[in-house]
Design a binder for this molecule. Structure first.
Ligand code: ADP
Ligand code: MG
Length: 340
């Protein structure tokens, strides 16, 4: 198979995507890889760079060839020739990668791809929409309400609603990722600033009650009609309040525990909930489903990431590797799901 690995992109998770792509390039077996990088300004290039240069970001300084989408011929074009691709593995996180836009382009080009389609991708990217779906499926989450710019964004009204939830609360952009624009507010004094911070990212916000001292649990799910769930993994963030960008990628002191150590019945309940949420939101291929378990053991779903970090030490691959699969087998399996 000729597999186009698309990486990089314009979101805050550009660097993580490059690391994920490098891991895929290093471990993919029995396929010809066509690496396509998207710069931070959104230009697409075919690159011959080594996985090391892709991981470090140096690929952008090396020789690279512009890639165009030809909607007449329904193909990607490079150097005047069609790129004959059997399947695409987009590993672009966040905006314009994980949100259905890239998937829409691949649909228009008639190229098969790993991961969720337009619907599943966009639904899971938008916290307001995903929350509504979780609720309609009877999947528990922290109490919340939406705030829409120009609709219900009056400070006094928001204060009244927030007081009903009870502090502390989280103020989040509906569409973002990497904890960007998220603030934890301990009382109404911080609310105005938190709203400003989140509105700088998105015109749609989520305000939700904080689950205090949560156990952060993640489950990897893969497949199409009959998906399978890994065991659970646990995140212990170096930042006590928010597992944020710094804690995730920079400080290097956050820990992941596999297995998570949840009691068996809770472990199984979380896995079943992850499968239900995955199917209910129309996910395909792969996703990481994240939970916040409360002190009484109540299972709150937090979010679904349809293109989670994919380095060999990232939670998604690590959870399936823990079931006995190799990283290379995992890539193969995802390619099979894409072709079916
Ligand atoms: N309701 C909540 N209660 C407790 N902690 C939360 C809550 N919502 C978010 N967090 C913390 O903030 C982090 C980022 O929030 P999340 O909704 O996952 O944003 P993102 O989509 O940017 O990853 C979570 O991993 C968790 O540590
Ligand atoms: Mg998250």
């Amino acid at each position: 198979m000729k597999v186009a690995v698309i990486f990089g992109g314009q979101s805050t998770e550009h660097e993580v995507s490059c690391l994920s792509a490098a891991s895929i390039l290093d471990n993919i077996n029995g396929h010809e890889v066509v690496p396509i990088g998207i710069t931070k300004s959104g230009e697409w290039f075919f690159t011959n760079a080594s996985s090391k240069d892709i991981a470090s970001g140096r690929w952008t300084e090396l020789e690279k060839y512009p890639v165009f989408a030809d909607l007449q011929k329904k193909t990607l074009i490079c150097c005047g020739n069609p790129l004959a691709i059997d399947v695409c593995f987009p590993i672009v996180h966040g905006k314009n990668g994980e949100d259905g836009t890239l998937q829409g382009l691949l649909e228009l080009l008639g190229i098969k791809y790993v991961g969720s389609g337009v619907l599943g991708s966009s639904v899971c990217m938008d916290k307001i929409t995903a929350n509504r779906l979780f609720e309609s499926a009877g999947i528990r989450r922290a109490k919340w309400f939406p705030v829409l710019k120009g609709v219900n964004d009056g400070l006094e009204d928001i204060k009244t609603e927030a007081a009903k939830l009870g502090y502390p609360i989280f103020v989040k952009p509906s569409n973002a990722g990497s904890s960007v624009g998220i603030t934890k507010c301990f009382d109404e004094n911080g609310l105005e600033k938190a709203l400003e911070t989140a509105f700088a990212i998105d015109s749609r916000l989520v305000i939700e009650k904080s689950i205090e001292d949560p156990t952060e649990i993640e489950v990897a799910v893969m497949g199409n009609e009959n998906p399978i769930a890994s065991g659970t993994g646990r995140i212990i963030s170096s930042n006590e309040q928010i597992y944020d960008y710094d804690a995730k990628y920079l400080s290097g002191t956050s820990q992941t525990l596999i297995p998570s150590g949840l009691p068996n019945d809770l472990e199984n309940a979380v896995r079943q909930t992850a499968l239900r949420a995955y199917s209910y939101c129309g996910c395909k291929g792969l996703s990481r489903v994240d939970f916040l378990i409360g002190k009484d053991g109540e299972i709150n779903i937090n979010e679904i990431n349809t293109l989670p970090g994919f380095t060999s030490i990232s939670m998604f691959p690590a959870l399936f590797i823990a079931t006995g699969m190799t990283y290379s087998e995992l890539i193969d399996k995802l390619i099979c799901y894409a072709l079916n």
